[in-house]
Write a protein that binds this ligand. Structure first.
Ligand code: G6P
Length: 369
């Protein structure tokens, strides 16, 4: 079936707006509400194989790599299995330690990225089991992998990935919960709580999409800048990397993402009067630290736009302005905080008159190494 723009100016905006549906479809049929547990009728990874796993390696490219980075934190926290993450094009050249008890998870929207396929080949040669998380039924990654977990984002046409990234996050949340419940490493009450919060995400995303006027206004302002930085701690840093990539890809504004605590070790030198910085602060266990990093950049003249959960008044005092997202568990925050940042990239590219769906020099799927 050919995807149509259905009245939208761009596929990217349509795909951003499809996210509540994509979340529901990726969650769909995988939660037993009675038991508050995860069921994967489509994955076929046996309990024995899960119990056997000693380590997990996640590989992917671009946006899929950024989803994998979130996956590492989630999987480690919920399963206590050590996880490494690699950019797929680097994986086989660093001679990773792969054993028969390694699960390699390849994340790829298209399932056709050459670097990711090469990483799978390396993993299989070394005796690992491979799980593919892809969005395309019958793709090369899903055929090469021993197990597969589909994301049900639907066809993604815009080069800049949006709904595929967030549905990869949803798949990784489900996977982490599934491994956690199989290993007994996660309390039943925490599992039930996270499942309830996962179920709420689609309507929370819908509420974020309902009012974009603040983001459009900020986009008009930042469109004039040459450089923009993102910062955050923990999962906020992972989302900062994805937000920075999104902005670069389609607005062509130079952008970097930094762990907030690292700014003082060099990057502070880049800050000038008025430099825009987007500071993510959903990880409230490190809020005080992030706020002190915001003070450091503001003291050097930065204009700080914060991203925080509703009700976070401390950030409102520290930043110049705040974009609020609905409250959820800290582990699930990336699935909400990225939404305004996708919209920000979109409206900034639009304000600069760029070809949003087909940015220069980039391809949707890269089938050469
Ligand atoms: C290309 C696209 C990116 C994408 C990456 C990985 O570079 O422009 O948006 O994240 O490939 O693609 P995959 O299909 O493997 O997720």
């Amino acid at each position: 079936m050919r995807a149509e723009k259905s009245g939208y100016a761009h596929f990217m905006l349509k795909e951003i707006e499809e996210q509540p549906r994509a979340y529901r479809d990726t969650l769909g049929g995988r939660i037993d509400e009675q038991d508050k547990s995860i069921v994967f009728p489509d994955m076929l990874m046996g309990l024995e194989q899960i119990r056997d796993m000693e380590q997990i390696h996640l590989v992917g490219c671009g946006t899929a790599y950024h989803a994998a980075l979130v996956g590492k934190t989630i999987i480690e926290q919920l399963t206590r299995i050590p996880v490494e993450v690699d950019v797929a094009s680097e994986y086989r050249y660093r001679q990773p330690i792969i054993t028969k008890k390694t699960l390699v998870i390849a994340v790829s929207q298209s399932g056709e990225t050459a670097d990711t396929l090469a990483a799978i080949t390396q993993a299989k040669l070394s005796g690992a089991r491979v799980l593919g998380i892809t969005n395309v039924v019958g793709s090369s990654v899903s055929r090469e992998a021993d197990f597969q977990l589909m994301t049900w984002a639907g066809p993604e046409i815009a080069v800049a990935s949006t709904k595929a990234y967030t549905s990869q996050l949803i798949a990784l949340y489900l996977l982490a919960l599934y491994i956690g419940q199989s290993k007994g490493s996660i309390e039943q009450s925490l599992r039930a709580e996270l499942i309830d919060k996962l179920n709420k995400l689609p309507e929370q995303v819908q509420s974020l999409l309902a009012n974009t006027s603040q983001i459009q206004r900020i986009a008009e302002q930042i469109a004039a800048f040459k450089d923009l930085y993102f910062m955050g701690r923990g999962l906020d840093y992972m989302v900062a990397m994805e937000a920075s990539l999104k902005l670069k890809e389609i607005s062509y504004i130079h952008s970097e993402a930094y762990p907030a605590g690292e700014m003082k070790h060099g990057s502070l030198a880049l800050i000038e009067e008025g430099t825009p910085i987007i500071a993510l602060a959903t990880q409230e266990h490190v809020l005080e630290k992030t706020i002190s990093n915001i003070r450091e950049v503001k003291a050097r003249g930065a204009y700080v736009i914060g991203i925080a959960f509703e009700g976070n008044l401390e950030l409102a005092k520290a930043a110049d302005e705040v974009i609020y997202v609905p409250r959820t568990d800290a582990l699930l925050a990336p699935a909400l905080s990225v939404i305004p940042l996708q919209l920000l990239a979109y409206y900034t590219a639009l304000a600069r008159g760029n070809d949003v769906d087909k940015p220069r020099n980039l391809a949707k799927s890269v089938t050469v190494e």
